[in-house]
Ligand binder design. Structure first.
Ligand code: FAD
Length: 544
């Protein structure tokens, strides 16, 4: 019923306007005739409706003349500013200025709106009671038919609370950043695609140490090898991982390895896309928060203590070895005259009753007794169990044991390990002694050669079923005629032979053969010496 009567009123109004438009009174302004012409159209909205809409809008609205003198304000303006409309109509909008806004902002505001463009920004306003608030203001010019600015439309809202929240957030962020930067450990947040989202000073310092190579990639590779960690599956790592020790090798061999104890947790990523405003997508994305504590110095201390133990162990082994060599040498040397005596006694015509023969028999007897005592005094060889041995690590360890000798002789070590090397089954102490012996020989050879450039190169690789280690030096070299002899007992080709028993390479060969392998001097290497040690990958029988 009500709807019908409204429609009837409207039709009546349209009829009356139509009649007015067919014969407008003389002197009626053209704008009035044009404005009433809109009334009959379907899209026509009465000005009153516009006014009510603006009046009831929740945002503070004002309309000014081109000089910013206020012509109209809505109720929200009154509520927000505390001014009744009759107090501000006719006044400049500057009545709201708290004088805390820099003049440059106003200048930019005016430049923009006078260029007939929309200005948006923040101003500090005060209310009628002089309390300040932050106004987020939009001013848009309203042009007349000729394109000149007739009015300005201003819309603003109080964003003080939002600003306070933003400030608090900024403070929290600064606080978190300060705490992270003060922390001595490396902290980095990395997205699933490997992008670094956040890091701290310690991480940046590491980035500098690694000459710009992103350390997070090295961490992820090392964690992949150590615990099979995969960044693409970071959301599925459960509670994460803690205290996983990884080794990072500075890129390009630019420094000694560094050790880190790593912990990681996954942090769910929030999707910012508009379509996920109400509901986050089912397939979750996560970031990894990685915390890495450097443990290089404690690791080095432990390693140094281990090396000292190995040194002591090797010195003991060396002593036993030297004693065995010396006693074996003495037995060998005693055998020579004893054999001569035996030969003399067995010569035809030697009279058992003659004094000389009796003396020789006594000498032979005491000689045999002495040889027997020497045999009894031979220290028994060390019995050792077999374990899995990583030859790269073993060689690295032997080089560290020889660091002092290498440095004092000015020898450059060219270390070329196979990146991935299977372990061999072997007696670790015996193998360590073997390589130490060969490397010590290489050091002696380059020193005796007295050349200005001294180099030792170590290389490991797999050849078929063998793990091959090559130890090359640019020293004196071994002539082809001595290539096999050097493995014979008591052979010595050094400049000062008295210091050597000549049993070292014999023992080395014994150790290699005991492991089912071989050792040879490369006959085709002429710029020094190349020792090639082959150890079978299928291991050795545990023959002690
Ligand atoms: P003023 O001396 O009035 O102005 C400072 C600088 O602004 C001047 O040096 C000049 O570079 C520029 N300027 C001022 N008036 C003009 C002009 N007519 N033509 C060209 N340049 C000019 N200000 C607020 O502080 N809060 C508001 O909420 C606010 N709302 C506004 C809404 C509208 C629709 C418009 C048009 C302006 C509004 N202003 C508002 C701006 C206001 O009119 C003043 O310019 C401002 O408050 C600075 O006033 P003042 O007395 O401190 O300095």
């Amino acid at each position: 019923m009500i709807q019908r009567s409204v429609k009837t009123d409207q039709n009546d109004l349209v009829d009356r306007i139509s009649r007015f438009l067919t014969s407008p009174p003389e002197g009626t302004p053209a704008e009035i005739i044009e404005a009433f012409g809109e009334v009959g159209r379907k899209t026509f909205l009465p000005p009153k409706l516009f006014l009510e809409t603006v009046e009831q809008a929740p945002v503070a609205i004002s309309i000014t003349d081109p000089e910013a003198h206020i012509l109209y304000v809505n109720s929200a303006f009154e509520r927000l500013t505390g001014y009744a409309r009759n107090e501000v109509i006719g006044k400049n909008e500057s009545v709201l200025s708290s004088k805390s806004t820099p003049e440059s902002i106003y200048r930019e505001l005016w430049q923009t709106i006078q260029d007939k463009r929309v200005w948006q920004g923040m101003l500090v306003n005060h209310r009628s009671d002089k309390t300040e608030y932050i106004a987020e203001l939009t001013i848009s010019p309203v042009n007349d038919k000729l394109g000149s600015t007739a009015y300005f439309l201003g819309m603003h809202r109080d964003v003080t609370e939002m600003h306070q929240l933003q400030q608090q957030l900024k403070f929290q962020k600064n606080l978190t950043e300060a705490a992270l930067n003060a922390a001595p450990m490396v902290v980095v947040m990395v997205a699933m695609d490997g992008q670094v989202l956040m890091d701290n000073h310690a991480y940046k310092a590491l980035l500098g140490d690694f000459r710009g190579v992103e350390p997070v990639n090295l961490f992820l590779d090392a964690l992949g090898q150590q615990i099979g960690f995969d960044l693409g599956k970071v959301c599925h790592v459960g509670k994460g991982f803690t205290n996983v020790e990884v080794r990072l090798d500075p890129p390009g061999g630019s420094g000694s390895p560094r050790w880190f104890s790593c912990s990681g947790v996954h942090v769910p990523e929030l999707d910012e896309a508009a379509q996920h405003y109400f509901e986050q997508p089912e397939e979750a994305r996560c970031c990894l928060l990685l915390i890495a504590n450097e443990v290089t110095s404690s690791r080095n201390r432990i390693q140094e203590a281990r090396l000292n133990m190995i040194r002591a162990n090797m010195a003991e082994q060396q002593m036993v070895q030297t004693m065995r060599e010396a006693i074996s040498g003495a037995i060998f040397k005693m055998q020579v005259p004893l054999n001569v005596i035996k030969a003399a006694l067995s010569m035809p015509g030697s009279n058992e009753q003659s004094g000389l023969v009796r003396v020789l028999q006594q000498a032979l007897q005491s000689g045999d007794d002495a040889v027997e005592s020497l045999h009894a005094a031979l220290p028994s060889p060390v019995v050792e169990q077999t374990t899995l041995v990583n030859i790269n690590e073993l060689l690295h360890e032997v080089m560290r044991l020889s660091t002092h000798a290498l440095l004092s002789a000015g020898i450059v070590v060219d270390w070329r390990p196979a990146p991935v090397l299977p372990s061999v089954s072997g007696r670790i102490n015996a193998l360590r002694g073997l390589f130490k012996y060969i490397i010590d020989n290489a050091i002696k050879a380059v020193i005796e050669a007295k050349s200005s450039y001294r180099e030792i190169r170590l290389e490991t690789y797999v050849d078929g079923q063998d793990l091959v280690t090559e130890i090359m030096d640019n020293g004196l070299g071994i002539p082809n005629s001595h290539r096999l002899k050097v493995f014979e007992p008591f052979f010595c080709g050094w400049e000062h032979p008295k210091e050597h028993a000549g049993m070292g390479l014999t023992m080395a060969q014994e150790i290699v053969i005991g492991h089912g392998g071989s050792v040879e001097i490369d006959p085709d290497f002429f710029r020094g010496c190349r020792v090639i040690v082959r150890l079978p990958l299928n291991g050795v029988e545990d023959n002690g």
